[in-house]
Unconditional design. Structure first.
Length: 160
C-alpha cells in the first residue's frame, strides 16, 4: 500500500470518526430525552464553568427555541452525508456526482454554522466573561485532544 493510499485512508477514518461521532452524539441526545450525549457534555461543561441553575434554565430556553430550526438542517445533513458515503463507496468513481453532493453538504453546513453562531451569541449573553473564558479553555483542551487522536491515527497508518 502506498503512502498516499495510507494517508487517504487515514483522512477518511478521521472524517468518519469526527462526523460519525458528532451525529451519534446528536442522535443519542435526541433519542434519550436529552439525558445523554451532547446535552450531558454541555451540562458538564457549563457546570465546570460555574453556570448557575438560573443561567442553565435560560440556556435551555434558548436551545429549545431554536430546536425547530436546527433539526431539519441536521436531518438533511445526515441524509446528504449518507448519500455522499454511498457515492464514495461505489465501484466506479463519479467525480461530478461526488462534487455535487459535497456542494450540497457545504450549503447545509453553512446554514448550520450561521444558526450556531446566532445561538452561541444568545448563550454568551447569559454568561459572565469569566464563564466564557473557562468554556474557551475547555474548548482549546478538546481541540488539542482531537489533534492528538488525529496524529495517533496518522502514525498508526504510517506503521510507527
Amino acid at each position: 500500500m502506498t503512502t498516499t493510499n495510507k494517508v487517504l485512508i487515514g483522512a477518511g477514518l478521521i472524517i468518519a470518526l469526527t462526523v460519525g461521532g458528532f451525529f451519534t452524539v446528536m442522535a443519542r441526545a435526541e433519542g434519550e430525552g436529552h439525558r445523554h450525549g451532547l446535552f450531558t457534555m454541555l451540562r458538564a461543561a457549563f457546570h465546570r464553568a460555574g453556570v448557575t441553575k438560573e443561567q442553565g434554565d435560560q440556556i435551555k430556553a434558548i436551545l429549545s427555541k431554536h430546536q425547530t430550526e436546527i433539526k431539519p438542517l441536521m436531518d438533511r445533513m445526515v441524509a446528504e452525508r449518507r448519500a455522499l458515503r454511498d457515492l464514495i463507496q461505489t465501484e466506479s468513481v463519479d467525480e461530478k456526482a461526488i462534487r455535487n453532493e459535497v456542494n450540497k453538504l457545504a450549503t447545509i453546513g453553512a446554514d448550520l454554522a450561521v444558526k450556531r453562531a446566532y445561538i452561541a451569541h444568545e448563550v454568551r449573553g447569559v454568561l459572565t466573561s469569566d464563564q466564557i473564558g473557562k468554556l474557551k479553555e475547555m474548548q482549546a483542551k478538546h481541540d488539542t485532544h482531537v489533534d492528538e487522536i488525529r496524529d495517533r491515527i496518522a502514525a498508526h497508518i504510517k506503521g510507527e
